[in-house]
Design a protein around this ligand. Structure first.
Ligand SMILES: Nc1ncnc2c1ncn2[C@@H]1O[C@H](COP(=O)(O)OP(=O)(O)OP(=O)(O)O)[C@@H](O)[C@H]1O
Ligand SMILES: [Mg+2]
Length: 266
C-alpha cells in the first residue's frame, strides 16, 4: 500500500482477512535451457468458506499456483497470505490433495488417515475417533483395516480426502484430485465433495480441466490464460445448492459451461 499510514486507527472489528490472498505473484522457473515464466502477476482472493476453482489450459501454471499456496514453492515476485499470515512453508492449517493420493502401501487405511496426526505426534484417542468418523463420511467405515492395494482407485482417493481432512485444515488445496478416475466414480466423488463442503464450509482452491465439474462445485471459477498464466476471468456461479446430476441439464448450468468453454475454443 502507498501513502502515509492513517493517523487514527478505527476502533471496532476490522473485516476478517481473506482465507487466501495471492498478491501480484509471478513465478519464473530457472532451468538448464533458460528461464520459464510459469505464472505472471496473478492476484486472487478466496474468502472464508468459499469454493473457488481454477480452470486453464495445460501448462498455464495451475499446479504452480497451488504449490505456492501450499508453501512448497516461493514466488519470484509478489506474496501470498493465509488468514492474514504470510506463507513461508507448509502449514497445518492447509490440507493438500493431488491427482494421486500417495498412500503408504504398508499401512492400513486407518493408519494412512492418521498420518497427519502422527507427524505432529498426536495419535490420541480423539485423533483415532476423528479418523474413523472421517472414514464414515467418505463411505469407507468398513475398510479401516484394509490396505491401499485392496481398494479401487476411487476408494483410494476417498482415503486421500479423509487424510486431508484429518487435521481439520482451514484451507483445502486440491489439484485435479479426480482426474485419474473413471467418469462415474468421478461424478460420485464430485457430489461427495460438495456434500462435505456444505457440511464443513471450508475454503477450497480446486483445480480441474473439467468445465462441468468446475461449475458444479464452485462459488467462483477463475479462468487462466496460456503460459505465463494470468487470471483472465473471475466468473461467479449463481446456482442454488446442493447441485445434483439434474443440475447438469438445467439452462442456467448449460449457459455457464458454454460461457466458460468460449475461452478454450481457438
Ligand atoms: N519444477 C519445474 N521446473 C521447470 N519448469 C517447470 C517446473 N514445474 C513446472 N514448470 C513449467 O511451468 C509451467 C506451468 O506448469 P504447471 O505444472 O504449473 O502447469 P499446469 O497448469 O498445472 O498444467 P497441467 O494442466 O498440465 O497440470 C509449464 O510450462 C512447466 O513446464
Ligand atoms: Mg497441473
Amino acid at each position: 500500500m502507498s501513502g502515509p499510514a492513517p493517523a487514527v486507527l478505527h476502533t471496532g472489528h476490522a473485516a476478517a482477512p481473506a482465507m487466501l490472498h495471492v498478491d501480484h505473484v509471478s513465478v519464473t522457473y530457472k532451468t538448464r535451457r533458460g528461464a520459464i515464466d510459469a505464472v505472471s502477476d496473478v492476484t486472487l482472493t478466496i474468502a472464508d468458506g468459499e469454493f473457488v476453482t481454477i480452470l486453464g489450459p495445460s501448462g498455464c501454471g495451475k499446479s504452480t499456483l497451488l504449490k505456492l499456496a501450499a508453501g512448497l514453492l516461493q514466488p519470484s515476485r509478489g506474496h501470498l497470505d493465509v488468514a492474514g499470515q504470510r506463507i513461508s512453508g507448509p502449514s497445518r492449517d492447509i490440507g493438500v490433495a493431488f491427482q494421486k493420493p500417495t498412500l503408504l502401501p504398508w499401512r492400513t487405511v486407518l493408519d494412512n488417515v492418521l498420518l497427519p496426526s502422527e507427524t505432529v505426534g498426536l495419535i490420541t484417542p480423539e485423533a483415532i475417533e476423528r479418523a474413523r468418523a472421517l472414514l464414515k463420511v467418505v463411505g469407507l467405515a468398513d475398510f479401516a483395516d484394509n490396505y491401499p492395494n485392496e481398494l479401487s482407485g476411487g476408494m483410494q482417493q476417498r482415503v486421500g480426502l479423509a487424510r486431508m481432512l484429518q487435521r481439520d485444515p482451514k484451507l483445502l488445496l486440491m489439484d485435479e484430485p479426480f482426474a485419474a478416475l473413471d467418469a462415474m466414480t468421478r461424478e460420485a466423488l464430485t457430489l461427495e465433495l460438495q456434500r462435505i463442503w456444505m457440511r464443513d464450509r471450508k475454503s477450497v482452491l480446486f483445480i480441474t480441466h473439467s468445465i462441468p465439474e468446475a461449475v458444479l462445485l464452485s462459488d467462483r471459477v477463475l479462468v487462466m490464460s496460456a503460459r505465463p498464466g494470468r487470471v483472465v476471468e473471475d466468473f461467479a456461479v449463481d446456482l442454488p445448492r446442493p447441485r445434483t446430476l439434474e443440475t447438469l441439464t438445467e439452462p442456467a448450468f448449460v449457459a455457464a459451461t458454454q460461457h466458460l468453454r468460449r475461452h478454450f475454443i481457438s
